[in-house]
Design a protein around this ligand. Structure first.
Ligand SMILES: CC(=O)N[C@H](C=O)[C@@H](O)[C@H](O)[C@H](O)COP(=O)(O)O
Length: 233
């Protein structure tokens, strides 16, 4: 592959720095600080949500950014960059890659994956397809996306509902896809991240395990509680 972006992130860790409105770290320059910490820790890239966070992150780091806009619409369950409106907002920020839901779920207002990908390709924008099955990966690749990510496995009703990363989907996708495949979703440990690369992932995206302290705390708190309950028995 002879593309500077994909060469840069090859074998690397991309840190997803996201805090939605209902999360304690939402707002201010918190995600920019997270991104800076990620850079100092050795990240090769950032995945970020929304124009506000992306702009703040761009001020503090030159790391390449995968941009998304999570937005809910009443007539659809698709929430990761669902329509042309989000695509255009992201293109104005100058993100390196735009990621979007590439499942077959109906999009708001009857918009289609085909039209969104065609628009981005026309504009010379790199596209990451967030998929949940191998069929979705194959279909997205046939539309001309630049890479796929296993982001949505476990988040569609027909994909396996795992607590761990979907290594099987990753393995299959790496085997079948002529384009880079990114491992993403529930990568909770450094060992799991390494395992994704050993399976042939071009790079890995890790979010919650690094940038969502509330979730990390919950895991420790549960373990501590269980240990105490065991003691009491
Ligand atoms: C399903 C969905 O909405 N995934 C989102 C996609 O951007 C993020 O909320 C995840 O944090 C990201 O995919 C990284 O995954 P994890 O946080 O499990 O490392």
């Amino acid at each position: 592959m002879d593309d500077p972006y994909f060469n840069n992130i090859h074998g690397g860790l991309i840190v997803s720095c996201q805090a939605l409105e209902d999360e304690p770290l939402h707002g201010g320059d918190t995600m920019a600080k997270m991104a800076l910490a990620a850079e100092q820790g050795g990240a090769a890239g950032i995945r970020a949500n929304g124009v506000y966070d992306i702009t703040a992150i761009k001020r503090v780091t030159k790391l390449p950014i995968i941009g998304i806009i999570k937005r809910d619409y009443a007539d659809s369950g698709v929430y990761i960059t669902p329509t042309l409106r989000e695509v255009r907002e992201l293109m104005e920020t100058g993100v390196d890659v735009i990621a979007l839901d590439a499942t077959r779920s109906p999009r708001p207002g009857g918009e289609t994956l085909e039209a969104l990908v065609a628009y981005m390709k026309e504009q010379g924008q790199k596209v990451m397809a967030d998929i949940s099955t191998i069929e979705e990966a194959e279909y997205a690749a046939s539309l001309g996306v630049d890479c796929i990510s296993t982001t949505l496995s476990g988040y569609t009703p027909y994909s396996p509902q795992l607590k761990e990363p979907d290594f099987e989907l990753l393995r299959k996708a790496v085997h079948h896809m002529p384009i880079p495949v990114i491992g993403e979703g529930r990568i909770h440990t450094p060992e799991q991240a390494a395992q994704c690369l050993r399976l042939g992932a071009h790079a890995v995206v890790v979010g919650s395990a690094i940038t969502r302290p509330k979730l990390i705390t919950e895991k420790f708190a549960a373990a501590v509680r269980e240990a105490m309950e065991g003691e009491a028995r």
